[in-house]
Each structure stands twice: as C-alpha cells, then as structure tokens.
Design a protein around this ligand. Structure first.
Ligand code: SDX
Length: 377
C-alpha cells in the first residue's frame, strides 16, 4: 500500500493546541472555546492572547497585552518611504508580502528564533501590518498616510488609518469579529507553509512572508476576493441560478464553497452570514446579501450531497464590502488576522521542532544513458 497522499490529504503533519476542527460536524474551537462564543463575546486582542498562551487572559493580562500590541502600531522610521516607492497600481497582497519581508531589514537581530524572540517579532509584525496596508491604500489614492492612534483597538485603528476618520462602533465591532474568525484554522496551507519554513530554524520574517505568499492563492485566502468578483458579475438575484448552473456545467469552481476538511457548513461562514445580513441592511447592500443567500441555496441543492458548503470566504466578501473595504483588500484582511495563527504555529513548531522533509515517490526512469549533445535528437 503506497504511503503517498497527494496534497498530503488526510495526513497529520503536526500537533497543535490552538484550533480544533471537526469537519463532519462543522465545529471549530480555539483552545477548546467554540468559535461562535469567541465571535460573540471576545475581541481580536483577547483571541490573540488565547492562541499564544493556550488560555484566556485575566483582565490585567489583557490590559498589559493590549498595551504591548498598541505600542507596536508604528512603522519603523523611514519605512513609509518604502510604501511611497511602491507603484500605485501594485496589488496589495504583493505589497504586503514584500513589505512584511522588508521589516526584517529594520530588525537588529532578524534571525533570532528562540520562542521569546519569535513571539516578540510576531507581535511587532502583527502590530504594524495594519499601518502597511492602510498606508499603501492611501498612497495609491494619492493620499498621505494617517499615523496610528494607540488609543484605539486593533480594529478601530486599522479603519481609522485607512479612512482618516474613526469608524462607527458597529463597523469597528464587525471588523473585530472578522479578525477573530480568521485568526487560526489548524494546518491550512499557509500555516503549514509557515511551519515548514521555521522548521529549518530560518527566521520569523521568512516564515510569515512565505505564509502570505501561500494565502494569496485563490484556492486559499484569495477566494474571498474571487467571491466578490463573482457577486459583481451576477447582475441580479434572479440571474444567480443561470450563472451558477452554467459554471457547474463547465466544471468550474464556485469560489467560497468547499473545503478540504469541512464537509458541513464552515461555522465561520454561519457567523459571518449573520453579520453580513445585518451590515447589508445597515448599508443598503441587501441585494448583495440576497445574491449570496441565493447562491448558497443553489449550491445546497446541487452540491451539498458532495459535502460542498460555504466556507469562511463566502460571506466574508459581503461583510468586507459592507464595511467599505475595496475588493483587493479582502485577502490582506485575512492575512492581517492570520498573522496571529501563523505566529502561534511558529511558536509551537519552535517549541518542539522536527525539520519537515517528506519523501517524494520517484516515477522517473532509472539507469538512463548520458547521450553526448551532438547525438541527441
Ligand atoms: C480557505 O484549509 C483551510 O483551513 C483553509 C481556510 C483557512 O481558514 O485557512 O479554511 C481558508 O482557504 C477556505 C477555502 C477557500 N477556497 C475556495 O473557496 C476555493 C473554492 N474551493 C475549492 O477550490 C475546494 O473546495 C478547496 C480547494 C477549498 C478544497 O478542495 P479539495 O479538498 O482539494 O477538494 P477537491 O478539489 O478534490 O473537490 C472534490 C470535488 C471535485 O469534484 P469531482 O472532481 O469529484 O467531480 O468537489 C468539487 C471538485 O470539483 N468541488 C467544487 C468546489 N470545491 C470542490 N465544485 C464546485 N465549486 C467548488 N467550490
């Protein structure tokens, strides 16, 4: 029996204490706490503490952690010039991957990968990445950057730096919930990527840069942008039926559906669906939500039997749109949040490291002759 599992499907490649996923029952827990509870009652700051410490903080610990994170909102001196040097038509995920990597140039000890150093670097990167995304978006609009405000939460501060005005409590809370829901998710491709890189005892910047590169893929985090492209292509709720059926006929993927692990509805999709519905109503985007709902009904009829349900990316698209984010900022939002999970997994890998080095099944020739070049066909 071959031990070859294409795409490592079904292979357990690490142990983690952070996310538990039951793909059959559609359950996701962070350190044992159901994701719905965290989405309803927690904050992104508290969730990051939970993921990195395997327990909820006391009030004093949360205050201290929050203060520590807010102290890292600011970009390194001179870094803004790198953002201004980016072409205004550069894609935000390529900017993010490039500039998170560039943060290593401002670290006097970039290679330190003992656990305390990894945590410190992860916190630095988590703290200032919103400023990178916000400043680039303003740069491409011909606007000056807005300096971070350390009196604001992670969610409030990002929206403030992006728009130049403080967000409403509703929008700030909606964004905070999105950050909670995207923070960690077992050994997804980008998290596995981060673990593979750090397992060589490389550095946190290299591991997180590689993870951002993985997340951009439309089969992974890039799907939320593709969902919005699809929603924009469908002119009305009534047109959804033909649009989806034609794509299925052509054996094309309906973005935001399906999952390697979930064969039931992704619990994050359920939480985001409620949020999207509320935000769509508040912002006059009901048609967008109704289109999404209609697509889900069609896919349930056509593909639920095959275990294909909405995943986290499906309703996050409508949510991010209603918050006022541009389509090509959706995946950077996913990355900003998942920096928490990636850093947690980097810490876990460093705490009990074993170099990742799977085998490859050789299917090429053997004992082939070396033919001199002038005798080749
Ligand atoms: C994320 O791993 C994680 O945890 C990721 C994530 C996280 O938090 O990190 O949850 C975030 O990446 C969510 C997934 C976002 N991607 C998409 O929405 C892209 C669309 N989805 C598909 O690409 C697909 O469902 C995957 C990649 C997500 C999972 O694919 P698998 O497990 O490799 O499944 P498969 O391609 O083998 O599909 C099995 C069957 C195939 O049909 P048959 O060849 O058997 O006839 O299901 C079909 C597929 O064609 N199928 C779909 C479909 N997804 C699978 N058909 C239509 N639309 C889809 N979306």
């Amino acid at each position: 029996m071959s031990d070859y599992a294409k795409g490592l499907e079904g292979v357990t490649a690490a142990e983690t204490q952070m996310s538990y996923i039951d793909g059959t029952a559609g359950i996701l827990e962070y350190v044992g706490i159901p994701i719905g509870e965290l989405g309803s009652h927690s904050t992104f700051e508290e969730t990051v503490f939970l993921l990195w410490n395997n327990r909820l903080p006391t009030r004093a610990e949360l205050d201290g952690f929050t203060k520590d994170l807010r102290a890292r909102y600011r970009l390194p001196d001179g870094f803004i010039d790198r953002i201004r040097a980016c072409p205004q038509d550069a894609q935000p995920m390529h900017v993010l991957r490039t500039l998170v990597s560039a943060l290593a140039l401002y670290d006097k000890n970039p290679n330190a990968n003992d656990v305390p150093s990894a945590r410190e670097k992860g916190l630095n990167i988590l703290g200032c990445t919103p400023a990178i995304v916000a400043a680039f978006d303003r740069h491409r609009r011909g606007l000056d950057p807005v300096a971070p405000d350390s009196s604001l939460s992670f969610a409030e501060n990002f929206l403030y730096m992006l728009n130049g005005t403080k967000p409403t409590p509703t929008m700030a809370r909606a964004f905070d919930i999105c950050m909670i829901l995207h923070a960690d998710h077992g050994l997804n491709n980008s998290t596995f990527t981060a673990r593979v890189v750090i397992s060589t005892l490389s550095d946190v910047y290299s591991a997180l840069t590689a993870a951002i590169g993985s997340l951009r893929g439309p089969l992974h985090g890039g799907a939320n942008e593709e969902v919005m492209v699809m929603l924009n292509e469908i002119p009305s709720v009534d047109a959804a039926e033909k649009y989806v059926m034609d794509k299925l006929e052509r054996k094309e993927l309906i973005m935001g559906f399906g999952h390697r692990v979930y064969k039931a509805k992704d619990p994050r999709a359920s939480h985001l669906q409620v949020l999207a519905k509320q935000l769509a109503t508040d912002t006059g985007n009901q048609a967008l939500f109704e289109k999404s709902n209609k697509i889900e009904q069609i896919m349930h009829r056509e593909r639920a039997a095959k275990g294909i349900y909405p995943n986290v990316d499906f309703y996050s698209a409508t949510t991010y749109h209603c918050i006022g984010l541009k389509l090509d900022l959706f995946t950077p939002m996913f990355a900003m949040s998942r920096l928490a999970g990636w850093t947690g997994h980097i810490i876990e890998q460093l705490s009990d490291n074993r170099l990742f080095r799977p085998k490859a099944k050789y299917v090429g020739p053997h004992n082939a002759p070396y033919v001199p070049i002038d005798q080749r066909g």
